[in-house]
Design a protein around this ligand. Sequence first.
Ligand SMILES: [Zn+2]
Ligand SMILES: [Zn+2]
Length: 312
Amino acid sequence: MLMNETHVPPATADASAPQANSAFDEAPGIDLHMHSTASDGALSPAALMKLCHERGLSRVSLTDHDTLDGVAEAQDAAATLGLTLLPGLELSSQWQGLNIHVVGLLPEGAQGSLVAGLESQARARIARGEEIARRMEKLGLDDALAKARAQAGSERPLGRPDFARAMVADGLVKDMGTAFKKYLGSGKRGDVKAGWPYLSEVVEWINDAGGVAVLAHPLRYGLTRRKRGLLLDAFTAAGGEAAELVSGFQNADVTRDLARQLDERGLYGSLGSDFHFPGGPVAPGSMSAVPRTALRPIWQHPRLAAIFAEAA
Ligand SMILES: [Zn+2]
Ligand SMILES: [Zn+2]
């Protein structure tokens, strides 16, 4: 969706009934990719946990962009609700000129080189916000930084949606869609590339923190099957151990094929909705079912199994 600056739209839901699969049978109640107001989500971490609980989820991860800031609040809420929360985040990286997202599932939180890595990610996001502001001022949005900050309503690094809202509020465009189409979307003046670290670096940070690196939504980078294979090869060579087999809604045949690509590389399969806001394409826990596959689910990973067992 356009409002969500870092994701392309998910495929439409696949209605065909998948076959049962023993290893992924425990999947209901799991969502390991969601966002809160700590990054670009609409719900506070506590409100998100409440919604997860209402929707019958039992094992979840909060994976805000480049920050663990929402985790403490989510953890408190999850404990009260009887939900198991695995601390997590979603790191932006670059590989062959593409912005690739890596989810870090972090049972021990931020440790080792991840700590300095998060500081440099925050600096990159702040610098990017300032550059977007400079460009938007040239396009007629006076005081762009302050106006976007007011729209954000918090001190988190600014992103393109904040500037889009500011343009709407100033009457420069009629809605956010127009703001992206004319000024902030891919290839437009406000589409500022941040200097993200290489894919291999962010995988190292996650491993250094005792976490598990998960390649986020491998079907959403617009890659051919062959190029996706190369991405998975690079990710695996860097020490990545898992990828999202299902991200929101996707076609069952495509999922089966992706499962083969992950299996060939010995990767674990993860599941997540990539939920950002109520009323959007997905809700917490909403995603396509997992077709029959020999792939190992991420909750069997040795570094995560204990946490998931507690919840069972
Ligand atoms: Zn993402
Ligand atoms: Zn995400």
